[in-house]
Each structure stands twice: as C-alpha cells, then as structure tokens.
Design a protein around this ligand. Structure first.
Ligand code: KG4
Ligand code: ZN
Length: 445
C-alpha cells in the first residue's frame, strides 16, 4: 500500500529516471513552413530514428496559422481523471474532472493499480463529455493537438492517460505534447489571470502532495528554491484535522478547508501555541529556504494526546459538537494554522529577498496555487509579504489550482508555440525532478 502523496513527493527526489538516462537527440524540423515559423527551434525525439509516422513530423503540418489552436488535455497522474479543451487564446472550452476520493476512502489510501483501473473506466466518458461540452462536432478538424501528463506521478495511472493521448494523437494524426505536471501547475496563471504573469515569476505550489517555492524564468526553466523536507503542508493540515476529528465541510476543500473553518471560530480561551518550524537558528544554512511540517504535525498530535490523558472530561466536552464552533478544537486548529502559515510566509520572504538581492532577478509577481492556496489566512499573509517587495499575489481559481487537465492543455499550447512536440512512442516518467526536467528540456531549444 502506498499513499499517492508520498510516491509523488518521492518523484521529486534526486533519482535519475531511466527514461532520462537515454540520450536525447535533436533534429532539425523537416517541414519548411514550420522551419520558418519556428526558426532555429530544435526538438527532441527518442533515440530511435524519426520517421514520417512517429508523430514528430506530423506535428508541424497540422498547426493552423489563421486561427487559435484548440488542444485536448488529459491528466491522470494521481487520483483525478481530468480532460479539458483549451484554446491558444486562453479559453477553457471544457473541463471535466472525475475524482476517485470515495473509492480510496474505502482502502484508506491510493492503491496505484486500483486508481489506474478507475482512470481507465472514467477516461473515455470524460473525453466524450469534454468534447461535447466544448461543442466539438468534428474532432479531427477542430482538435489541433493532444497534450497529456507524462510525469511525475503514479506509473500505472500515468500509463492510462498517456496511452489514451498517444492513441488519440495517432488516430487524429495530430501533434502530441508530453507535459511535466509541475510545469503545468506553474504555468496555470498564464492561462487564468487577467494580466498573465510574464517571466520571471515566483510560485508557491502548496497542496496535499507538493510544497514548493519555484522560480519560473521561462518555458522548462523552473528552479526549485525551497521545498518541504518531509510532509507537504496540505498533508499536515489533513493529519491535524484528523487528530482533531474535524468533519469535512459539505462545501468541499477536504480536511484543510474544515480546519480553516474551525480555526476561524477560535477565541484563544484555551491558550495554546505551537513553535514555527525551523525558526530560531535551528535551521541549517543549506536548508534556510526549505520547509518542514512533520514536527509541527507531531506537536499537535502529542498535545492532543496529552490533553486526552490529563483531562478526558474536557476533551469529551470539546468533542460534543461536529459543527465548526469555538472551544478547544478551534483554538488548537488556529494555533496549528498560525504556525504553518507563518512558516510559509517566512520562507516566501527569504526566497524573495534572495531572488532579488542575490540572484538579481526581479519577479513580476508571486503566484499561489494548489489546494492550500484556497486558505484565506495564508493568502493574506502571502499578500503582506509580497507587498513589501512591491509585488502582487496571483491565485488561479480553485478548480484550476488543484489537479486538472486545463493546465495540461495550456502547457501543451505553450510548448507547441516553442515548437516542442513529442513522438508518439513517448514513455511516461513517474520520477521526474524539476531540475532534471529543466536541464534536459532547455537543451531542446
Ligand atoms: O491541490 P489539491 O486539491 O490536491 C492534491 O493535493 O493533489 O490539494 C488538496 C490539499 C488537501 O491537503 C486539502 O486539505 C488542502 O489542499 N486544502 C486546504 C484548504 N483547502 C484545501 N488547506 C488549508 N486550507 C484550506 N482552505
Ligand atoms: Zn498537482
């Protein structure tokens, strides 16, 4: 049994995937029309010889020059089956996302093979629904390319989406773009925001699986400036909410949203605070931009355990209600949230200071994405920090902050614009650290 979170978090580690160990060859675009359009652009294929049927060549003849491109996006890297239709003039014509939450509740975590079966069952219907929602009647004429998540993620799950995407591209004879899931999160605000952020910009990607501070300087050029050394922040919110037995809200957002609601009812009558992680010089210089949430989560757990032993009557009274309300559980929830949010805000502050004064790079804005970015307290604190540097915080709408195929389709569009197309024999990459992605992919330009 794995948790999807831990597997995907591991995929950002330092292990080199065997796929990336293979030599990447570069070829000059063979189509004269596109060679003109993308002068000097090189694109990679696998190390087998490219041919007229491997998808690499087909790409260039098919992209329209007289109207916006329409791209079908597919995302199946974890436990959401998502399909979208997005245009190069930044319209999300359809976004269909089917969650597997209920199914995985039964097993207490994600079993990758079971998740893959669920993807394979949900995907055809999601594709059909997305095409219908977008009003696409003739798929062959109206879809210009297929973009699909190539990694990182759970191998069996990635395989379902990638195989579907490759087969669709081959059937339609359209270009295929394999997308790095984290690049897609980082590029989302360029699809969603009224004033799309120009490079370079900083992102905080904070969800149940990721806690990253990223500097994005261009396509494929994303640098991790800080990351969690243990639990993702969303994972910590989820575990603390479970420790406090906070029921999920009918309005969604899972355990993290429930915790935020309870924290909003805190009065401070039950006086408790938790130390902000890695503060007071306890952080090693090498980790000064990194984060940690496991110790904080454990402090809350120990505190609750101690209270239950010391004063079982008080705990029993606190447990009498299941609605968000004031009392011990609300005060503990707020103390945890304060420490977690302060930690994230501190790290953003350090990262901004370093980026500007050490790297001499002035970001155009700060982007907050991932499920945890829905937290209003966090948004306000990030806003305060960014304001010190004269920057604004951009937050994509919630359904595009969390895992979705619109971000995959959009990243496909950005990559197509740069002439980056993949062969139909493309393989998935479950472990795909962003620094390796950057190194390999920038070599394609
Ligand atoms: O990006 P996301 O929807 O999914 C993945 O992790 O893949 O993020 C979900 C995470 C969960 O840990 C959830 O508890 C957290 O985001 N979350 C929140 C809030 N809403 C969702 N955490 C804190 N405050 C919230 N309002
Ligand atoms: Zn994600």
């Amino acid at each position: 049994m794995f948790t999807a979170r831990s597997l995907i978090a591991a995929s950002r580690g330092s292990l080199a995937p065997r796929h990336l160990a293979a030599a990447v060859t570069t070829l000059q675009c063979p189509n004269p029309a596109l060679r003109k359009l993308d002068q000097g652009v090189r694109y990679s294929t696998s190390n087998t010889a490219a041919s007229a049927t491997d998808g690499s060549f087909a790409a260039f003849g098919h992209l329209p020059r007289d109207r916006p491109w329409t791209v079908l996006g597919i995302e199946t890297s974890c436990d959401d089956t998502s399909v979208a239709v997005v245009t190069s003039d930044r319209r999300v014509r359809a976004l269909v996302t089917r969650h597997q939450t209920k199914q995985h509740e039964a097993t207490g975590g994600i079993v990758p093979t079971a998740a893959a079966i669920a993807h394979s069952m949900a995907l055809p219907g999601a594709i059909r629904e997305a095409l219908e929602t977008a009003g696409i009647r003739n798929t062959c004429d109206e879809i210009d390319a297929v973009a699909v998540t190539r990694g990182p993620g759970l191998a069996p799950c990635l395989g379902v989406g990638l195989t579907a995407g490759k087969n669709l591209a081959a059937v339609l004879n359209k270009p295929l773009v394999g997308v790095h899931h984290m690049e897609a999160h980082a590029l989302t605000p360029r699809l969603t925001q009224e004033a799309p952020p120009e490079f370079p910009f900083l992102s905080l990607l904070a969800s149940g699986g990721h806690t990253l501070l990223l500097l994005s300087e261009g396509l494929s050029r994303h640098t991790i400036l800080g990351t969690t050394l243990d639990d993702a922040v969303g994972e910590a919110f989820d575990k603390v909410a479970r420790t406090l037995v906070l029921p999920w809200l009918p309005t969604g957002g899972g355990a993290g949203a429930a915790l935020e609601q309870w924290a909003a009812h805190a009065t401070g009558e039950y006086a408790v605070t938790f130390p902000v992680p890695m503060r007071d010089g306890r952080d090693k210089p090498a980790s000064r931009l990194n984060m940690s949430f496991s110790g904080l989560k454990t402090s809350v757990f120990r505190h609750v355990q101690g209270l239950q032993e010391r004063d079982p009557a008080a705990w029993a009274a606190a447990m009498a209600t299941s609605e968000p309300s004031s009392g011990i559980r609300a005060d503990i929830a707020r103390a945890f949230q304060d420490a977690a949010v302060t930690h994230l805000a501190d790290r953003l502050d350090r990262v901004l200071a370093d980026t500007i004064s050490v790297r001499k790079i002035h970001p155009t804005c700060v982007v907050a994405a991932g499920g945890v970015a829905a937290n209003q307290v966090l948004r306000a604190r990030l806003g305060d920090v960014a304001e010190k540097y004269g920057l604004r915080v951009e937050v994509p709408p919630p359904r595009l902050c969390t895992d979705n195929a619109a971000m995959i389709a959009w990243t496909g569009i950005e990559r197509l614009r740069a002439g980056l197309v993949d062969p139909w024999e493309l393989d998935y990459v479950p472990r795909w650290p962003l620094n390796e992605f950057k190194e390999r992919e920038t070599a394609r330009f």
